[in-house]
Design a protein around this ligand. Structure first.
Ligand code: PHE
Length: 343
């Protein structure tokens, strides 16, 4: 019996050594230790041995059982870890490599076209000695209207209807309000621009939005004339469109300038021949402007007898639409990244 037990042990050890996976190990376990297994049968037969041999054989059988179990377990964990290292070896990837087919790393965002052109215009004006000012989007009636020569009874208020807050303030309708704050703070001579978001109570369509962007500017000095205005506007337009732009001035009414103009540019799409963008006229209205009304200077503590100035307003949305041939102003705030990504 002792030989038989030893044969079982060596047979089991050998086949465990050869086993290539967990399934093979399980088969060996059943063959040796299972209910009808080789060793189990011996253990069952122990009772038939003469009592003096029983103890020793029993002890040996249990030792062998423990050895087989240990060998099975050891082999199993060996298989598991080698399977893992094989995987590591075969399926190794370099996570620092760029993914195939992509040239860029993570796609970075960029500035909205409105911000791009705003910064561009700020650069153009600061290079000509202008300061860039900021102001609140929720304004008082005084800064948005009264100080700009638009008293409450003035019909011009209807041209810029807006959203009012319950405490009597309003969402600014133009960045001219920034200029008023600038005039209060700075002594002439000065040159300022005020970029920002403005609001109007508009029914929206392809060329009207309730929220849009302006850069307004103002220069106050001695003997400022329309010639100064035209000079600065021409420089601005040349820098923006990267070519000389033909302009014309038409009379335009704004209570805060006198004289007031609408500055038109010759259509850049058709070169003045007439197309859909310029409604066949060859001209596009781009820039309201004029010489600052004496009342406006006076109201902010500047002596109109000693100082004069020009002012202008530039709609950024319109400008970008001209530059890129965009046909609907509502794209800007649509939140559609397919639009924004093009710039
Ligand atoms: N504030 C005017 C507007 O938003 C534009 C403007 C500015 C006109 C300066 C003349 C001079 O409509």
């Amino acid at each position: 019996m002792e030989d038989k037990l030893k044969a079982i042990l060596s047979g089991a050890t050998e086949s465990i050594g050869r086993a290539e996976d967990a399934g093979a190990l399980e088969e060996i376990r059943v063959r040796v230790l299972g209910r009808k297994g080789e060793l189990t049968q011996i253990l069952r037969g122990l009772g038939e041995l003469p009592p003096d041999k029983r103890g020793a054989m029993g002890k040996l059988s249990n030792e062998i059982k423990a050895k087989v179990e240990a060998a099975l377990e050891e082999k199993l964990s060996e298989l598991k870890s080698s399977k893992f290292s094989k995987l590591l070896e075969e399926e190794w990837i370099d996570v620092t490599l760029e993914s195939p087919g992509s040239t860029a790393r993570a796609k970075l965002g960029h500035l909205h076209p409105i911000s791009q052109i705003q910064y561009e215009i700020e650069d153009i004006f600061t290079s000509m000695g202008f300061m860039v000012l900021d102001g609140p989007e929720v304004e008082t009636e005084y800064y948005n209207f009264e100080a700009l020569n638009i008293p409450s009874y003035h019909p011009a208020r209807d041209m810029q209807d807006t959203f009012w807050t319950e405490d009597g303030n309003l969402l600014r309708t133009h960045t001219s309000a920034i200029q008023v704050r600038g005039m209060e703070k700075h002594n002439p001579p000065f040159r300022v621009i005020g970029p920002g978001r403005v609001f109007r109570y508009e029914a929206t369509d392809a060329s009207h939005e309730n929220t849009f962007y302006q850069v307004e500017g103002m220069m106050v000095d001695r003997d400022i004339s329309v010639a100064h205005l035209i000079f600065f506007m021409k420089v601005l337009l040349r820098e923006i469109f990267k070519r000389d732009v033909t302009i014309r001035l038409r009379p335009g009414y704004f209570p805060f300038v006198e004289p007031g103009f609408e500055l038109d540019i010759q259509c850049l799409i058709c070169g003045g021949k007439g197309c859909g963008v310029c409604r066949q006229s060859g001209w596009v209205e781009l820039l309201p402007c004029g010489l600052v009304h004496p009342n406006v200077l006076q109201c902010s503590g500047i002596d109109p007898g000693a100082w004069s100035g020009f002012a202008f307003g530039l709609g950024l949305n319109r400008l970008i639409m001209m530059r890129y041939g965009i046909n609907d102003i509502r794209h800007f705030q649509s939140g559609d990244v397919r639009f924004v990504r093009q710039f």
